[in-house]
Ligand binder design. Structure first.
Ligand code: ADP
Ligand code: MG
Length: 484
């Protein structure tokens, strides 16, 4: 690519992939993966390249950190006058409406970008840059941070990209980003506690003078009750108000504790006004937290709320591999895949299975192989034999019909693909506990009515078509045997 290249030969995909080559050379692998892998090129018109980014936060991050690199790269690939526009995928706050994209031209910084936005955004793009001078404190604060949890061993995947990225940003500039508070939410065992410890540890690592404190909402409640008993609430309040970074885990536990909520509200306001960082977690999205005062809830939504969800198969494998690496053990790939296939509930259970497997092996002095893994899964993991994953079903069905899983998830209406897709949906409904919606999501984001229709079609065909019935029976056997 040179500056003289005629524009009609430029295709947005090749232009973007050429840009990526340059960008890759200028960044470390981690940053590249986090910030450039998720970008999709959309179009190229009169030297304006449009790229799609997953969120407002993402866009701001690029503008803040990589705009020069992007501008230089675009110029190098497309010549003088090259411009960049963003499509930002924005989740509307009303549940009925689907995500939509907004278009933001770049080059004039964030101000221009926000002016362009006529659609409601959930995230403010104001970035504060306070000068923080840490005061000398007489009593060193015990952060209560667990040193075992850090960013390096928090494996990144689609399931946690936003939360991890936001956490990383906050860790490098606590109180100085728009993500205040940073609220991480998601179901049990998905890594909330790990991530917030990682943020706290990173803040301390960068600046050991920053006062960081981690505690669970439950501990906060108990300490408050104690302080009332011993009549030193004011000390309690000023202690937490003196922190640079306050990390509170599982704030859904504030439910129904009105007095504690009031005190927390006071502390929150004080810290927020002084540009101190607040990091919270909850097992549900802020809008779904019950029995917490509206004023407090609305503050939880001020900064950035990012969710953690169940890691996909590849990420589960990466997590297991990392755990094995940390514990200095190696397992056969088929054992690791077997576990990753069969445990798709949460990371804690995945780790539990690995530990059980190690225990079994040392107790029985048996080598860990696939047989032992299968045996262990039966004994140790609840409903292991019934916990067949949708990915596993997809793989077996696709192998059987000799089609690719990718195709089954795509929009293709080819007959043999449609059939494999419908049969896999049928088994997903029959053999897993997944909801229709969740099943649809696993099949290229189809909706629940498509899944219902697939199940009906399979049932009808089984009644009328002998060969079809035979295929389904055979597959049923293969899936239930649970071999991999
Ligand atoms: P939560 O607080 O959401 O219930 P935890 O943070 O306690 O979950 O995580 C449960 C276990 O799973 C921890 O041992 C944690 O280290 C591990 N874990 C969760 N997510 C990841 C990840 N992305 N990479 C590595 N380990 C993870
Ligand atoms: Mg936790």
């Amino acid at each position: 690519m040179t500056e003289n290249m005629p524009e009609k030969n430029l295709n947005f995909e090749t232009v973007w992939s050429d840009c990526l080559k340059i960008i890759k050379d200028n960044l470390n692998a981690q940053s590249f993966k986090t910030w450039f892998d998720p970008i999709k090129p959309v179009k190229l018109e009169s030297k304006v390249l449009t790229i799609q980014v997953p969120s407002q936060f993402f866009y701001e991050w690029l503008e803040e950190h990589y705009i020069q690199l992007l501008q230089k790269t675009l110029k190098q690939i497309m010549g003088v006058g090259a411009k960049l526009e963003y499509n930002i995928i924005v989740e509307n706050s009303t549940p009925s409406s689907a995500p939509y994209t907004i278009n933001v031209p770049t080059g004039n910084g964030k101000k221009a970008a926000t002016n362009e936005l006529s659609l409601p955004l959930n995230i403010t793009s104001k970035i504060k840059n306070p000068v923080i001078i840490p005061g000398l404190r007489k009593v060193p604060v015990d952060s209560q941070l667990n040193p075992k949890y850090h960013f390096d061993n928090f494996i990144e995947g689609e399931c946690n990209r936003l939360a991890r990225g936001a956490g990383w940003a906050v860790a490098h500039n606590p109180g100085g980003t728009a993500y205040n508070p940073l609220m991480i939410f998601g179901g049990v065992g998905l890594g909330k506690t790990h991530l917030i410890h990682a943020i706290g540890n990173m803040i301390k690592q960068i600046n050991k003078n920053k006062t960081v404190i981690y505690l669970s909402a439950e501990k906060f409640i108990n300490q408050y009750v104690e302080s009332v008993k011993s009549n030193n609430q004011n000390d309690f309040i000023s202690y937490y108000q003196s922190m640079d970074v306050l990390i509170v885990d599982d704030v859904q536990q504030f439910a129904k504790k009105e007095r504690t909520q009031e005190i927390f509200f006071q502390i929150f306001n004080h810290l927020h006004q002084s540009n101190k960082q607040i990091i919270l977690t909850s097992d549900k999205a802020p809008k779904d937290i019950k029995d917490v005062d509206e004023r407090l809830l609305s503050r939880f939504k001020w900064g950035l709320s990012a969710d953690l969800c169940i890691p996909d198969f590849e990420t589960r494998i990466a997590i297991l591999e990392n755990k094995m690496y940390e514990s200095g053990i190696t397992l056969h790939r088929d054992v690791v895949e077997y576990m990753a296939h069969n445990i798709d509930t949460n990371v804690r259970e995945l780790e539990g299975a690995l530990i059980s497997l190690l225990a079994q092996s040392s107790l029985n002095r048996k080598e860990i192989d696939l047989d032992l893994a299968k045996q262990m899964m039966k004994n140790f993991v609840k409903n292991a034999t019934r916990e067949i994953s949708i990915e596993y079903i997809q793989k077996l069905v696709c192998d059987y019909y000799n089609v690719s899983v990718e195709n089954v998830k795509s929009k293709t209406r080819k007959r043999e693909i449609v059939q494999a897709r419908q049969i896999a949906m049928y088994f997903a409904k029959d053999l897993t506990k997944a909801s229709l919606k969740n099943i649809g999501t696993h099949f290229g984001n189809r909706d629940h009515s498509t899944v219902i229709h697939a199940c009906q079609t399979v049932n009808d065909l089984m009644d009328t078509d002998k060969k079809f019935r035979h295929d389904v029976d055979e597959l049923n056997k293969r899936i239930r045997i649970n071999t991999y």
